[in-house]
Design a binder for this molecule. Sequence first.
Ligand SMILES: CCCCCC/C=C/C(=O)SCCNC(=O)CCNC(=O)[C@H](O)C(C)(C)COP(=O)(O)OP(=O)(O)OC[C@H]1O[C@@H](n2cnc3c(N)ncnc32)[C@H](O)[C@@H]1OP(=O)(O)O
Length: 391
Amino acid sequence: MGWEQIEISVPNCSSLQVISFPVVQLHLNRTAMRASQKDFENAMNQVKLLKKDPGNEAKLKLYALYKQATEGPCNTPKPGVFDLINKAKWDAWNALGSLPKETARQNYVDLVSSLSPSLESSSQVEPGTDRKSTGYETLMVTSEDGITKIMLNRPTKKNALNVEMYHEIMHALKAASEDDSAITVLTGNGDYYSSGNDLTNFTDIPPGGVEEKAKNGAILLREFVGCFIDFPKPLIAMVNGPAVGISVTLLGLFDAVYASDRATFHTPFSHLGQSPEGCSSYTFPKIMSPAKAIEMLVFGKKLTAGEACAQGLVTEVFPDSTFQKEVWTRLKAFAKLPPNAMRISKEIIRNREKEKLHAVNAEECSVLQGRWLSDECMNAVVNFLSRKSKL
Ligand SMILES: CCCCCC/C=C/C(=O)SCCNC(=O)CCNC(=O)[C@H](O)C(C)(C)COP(=O)(O)OP(=O)(O)OC[C@H]1O[C@@H](n2cnc3c(N)ncnc32)[C@H](O)[C@@H]1OP(=O)(O)O
């Protein structure tokens, strides 16, 4: 690891002290952080180029965010009262509590950018533009021909949804609901549509323990699913490959689902000691009959694209070789229709169900919060993470 000495004066200590500040972090889990490493490294390099000393407060904040972003919440013993430098560093890090690593990384980049306004980070958007195409760590978002495309972009992780991705999808949906596009499309980059919830989300336990983790997860999930329930424009899923877990259940909230014949649809909730979400406990029985919904949601039966289409979950299936071309041609034609008429028609079709869907969402999240604390769930996650089991 490379270290750069940064001088810092500590309150109650008259002399200038020196702390070591990591500028290269070779110990990072490179795979997990790959998407953000460039911005993060750029920001670390920018720190070295600062013309003015940012002051102790900012330096401690940078240190704390760096540690949180790379190691997670502070869990080292508190230094003694006379160890002033290390105590100040520890206090700053510890004050970040359970702030997610991804947020800490972004805050670090933002802080560096605010300290050096002339040095723009590559993750920053240009003035006057929104976050389309740039600024997302886990998504590629573009807007063209009246269509906003939100592409899940963690192909090496089969587009598993980590905490950052949940937040970014909510942000992208909000932006799409306000932009001038007529329709919005969600799809995946690479061979998968999505492998569902990132099971490593369960590993980052905050100081409040697993109960706090489960509570925060339920709050996030409720807000996330709520964005799909309330999305005002036609929302279309282009299922380019296998879909698992929450990426399947949410499909019941889309207005059309087009699938490649390579796609499969799998909700192995019982195998994972979990229970259905995404309003699927309500939408799936309505879409495909209670018995078929139970085969999927309770027994974890995996459907082919053809089967999912026969049961009404998928609108139409296309050969993989022509999937992109055929679906985009169709979507471009849809996007030329009068946008207000489409929005109003969607509203009249969906609105009377909205209240019910929000109630279902709340109930599912509350049940899941309990499930996440069960031995059945914890064992399933541990088995996956220790590579003892896959779907
Ligand atoms: C705020 C919380 C909200 C929670 C909402 C509740 C949501 C519930 C669900 O979505 S349940 C579904 C959870 N998903 C899974 O159980 C899938 C687990 N993954 C697998 O079983 C397999 O990875 C696979 C079948 C999807 C693909 O298998 P294979 O083709 O053999 O590829 P790899 O297993 O080698 O995967 C490549 C790479 O991706 C990582 N990865 C894949 N899926 C996930 C995942 N869901 N979570 C975390 N990581 C995942 C995998 O570990 C490999 O990483 P590596 O190369 O080893 O670093």
